[in-house]
Write a protein that binds this ligand. Structure first.
Ligand code: UTP
Length: 477
């Protein structure tokens, strides 16, 4: 460290915010490691972190305080799954309207892929996970093939904005490049990195060190999207490209219907600034955030914040009053994203009490048995209360929400693959084919995006076929 001078301004800042310990082990570092540490320190917004530390430590003395305060009531306005002929016609009408919006080139897509995917335990970015039931095609491939299909069909560019983090950026870029962006024009794939926030010691409020020259940092949550878009200049690009609507989705749901025309249509009809897809909760106990109203304003309430008694309430027909499970599929107006990034404070910060590996005051590694740290994240759905005419749309869970979250059990690769097969089977059956109940089925989005597309194709399926794979024939574009 002898050759590296620590700027006085940094020393003053560390002193002011009582974080001088971050340089305590600097004599153990070689010059490169030391420069690295100084760069990391330079990226921390200490005044902001001080505010976060203050609220985390306050909360630790009353840990049970929920982040949602106010009177909770059920959703008043929602487009439910169609049950009547009139509703089915409205859906078709919305779909046509959405297709016109796509034709006009006003739609872009946003994928948030910066998460660490710790529950799944896959040692690569989650989008690389092989999920195709027959071919093991990756989550990324499924999304890209949908966009290839849509942009060909509507003869427009649909820019794909992909948020990564330090943990996922390089590998994601390399993977997409190696696969030639799955046939999508490289100019329409825009990768950008989200920000990060430090983890702090839950007792002292000191920022934790992962090693003598390494600060414990983690991605700032999917709500980091807003600042990351602004900093990368991509909001300006959206405007210059004439994009008015951004379809937002997460990396873990292979059943997502990218840029769903019906959703776009309803969104435009309601003059909504932010729409959200929901599914009916399976049970009051299901651990999923719900969309409801708080003091009359639409909001997403985390499952841990919803009183179990409220969660169990039902209407006269026996249906859950708080039924609308959030599946993290949204449409944002570009102008709303712009407006939200003007707010200095930004979205609220959620505090999580977690186990974080670190080093102690003597520089010895610590692997805690109990939560020892506070981590900070922003959630994109906290934008909903700030949106005009927020719209909620109910969709069919089996068809649109089969996330890969856990290694085994619910929401695992096994359940997602089974759901993809059964969805593909139901499309084939709708198209008039008899399918072996045991068959494993995979349909590339390049071949069909829904059951209606399949009906138009000339297929050969045998009722005894055990494996059905529909991919474009060689030479098809
Ligand atoms: P999750 O809440 O499932 O978190 O993210 P995760 O980090 O992927 O997984 P676990 O909790 O560690 O197992 C939902 C979506 O938000 C993205 C993820 O990539 C995923 O698409 N995300 C999450 C980000 O882009 N950045 C973040 O900081 C957190």
């Amino acid at each position: 460290m002898k050759n590296v001078v620590v700027p006085d301004t940094l020393l003053d800042t560390l002193r002011k915010y009582q974080q001088e310990h971050l340089l305590e082990f600097r004599d153990r570092l070689d010059e490169a490691a030391c420069q690295n540490l100084l760069r990391s320190l330079d990226q921390i917004d200490f005044p902001e972190v001080a505010r976060l530390i203050e609220s985390a430590l306050k909360r630790s003395s009353s840990k049970e305080t929920p982040t949602t305060t106010g009177a909770i009531s059920p959703l008043r306005q929602v487009v439910r799954l169609p049950e009547t002929e009139v509703q089915r016609k409205a859906l078709q009408q919305a779909k046509r309207q959405g297709q016109e919006i796509l034709d006009a080139g006003k739609v872009g897509a946003i994928l948030v892929a910066g998460g660490q995917g710790s529950r799944l335990g896959f040692p690569h970015p989650k989008g690389m996970y092989p999920i195709g039931p027959v071919t093991d095609r990756s989550l990324f491939q499924i999304f890209f093939e949908q966009l290839v299909s849509l942009s060909n069909r509507h003869n427009v560019a649909i820019p794909y904005f992909i948020m990564t983090s330090d943990a996922t950026h390089e590998e994601t870029e390399q993977f997409l490049r190696e696969h030639n962006w799955f046939g999508y024009p490289e100019k329409d794939v825009l990768l950008f990195r989200q920000g990060k926030l430090p983890a702090i010691d839950a007792h002292t409020g000191k920022i934790l060190l992962a090693g003598p020259g390494e600060i414990c940092m983690s991605p700032d949550g999917h709500g980091g999207l807003l600042q990351a878009l602004k900093k990368s200049g991509l909001l300006d690009q959206m405007r210059q490209r004439g994009i008015e609507y951004l379809f937002y989705h997460q990396v873990d749901n292979p059943s997502v219907r990218l840029c769903d025309p019906a959703m776009l249509g309803f969104h435009a009809q309601h003059e909504s600034e932010l729409s959200t897809k929901v599914v009916a909760k399976r049970s009051p106990e299901e651990r999923v955030g719900i969309v409801a109203e708080v003091d009359g304003v639409q909001q997403i309430i985390e499952y841990s914040d919803l009183d179990p008694e409220l969660a169990a309430q039902r209407d006269e027909q026996g249906r859950l009053l708080y039924w609308a499970g959030n599946i993290a599929v949204h449409i944002f107006n570009r102008t709303l994203l712009e407006k939200l990034t003007l707010d200095q404070e930004g979205l609220p910060v959620h505090i999580a009490h977690k186990k974080v590996d670190c080093i102690d005051r003597n520089g010895e590694p610590v692997t805690p048995d109990e939560p020892n740290a506070f981590k900070f994240e922003r959630f994109i759905f906290d934008a909903i209360p700030q949106a005009k005419n927020p719209l909620v749309l109910e969709v069919d869970r089996a068809a649109e929400f089969n996330p890969v979250k856990n290694r085994t059990g619910d929401d695992s690769p096994e359940t997602a693959r089974a759901a993809l097969t059964s969805q593909a089977k139901s499309w084939l059956e709708k198209a008039g084919w008899e399918v072996n109940p045991e068959a494993i089925v995979e349909i590339s989005p390049l071949v069909a995006l829904d059951a209606e597309d399949l009906a138009e194709l000339d297929l050969q399926i045998r009722p005894d076929q055990k494996e059905i794979l529909l991919i474009p024939e060689q030479g098809d574009s």
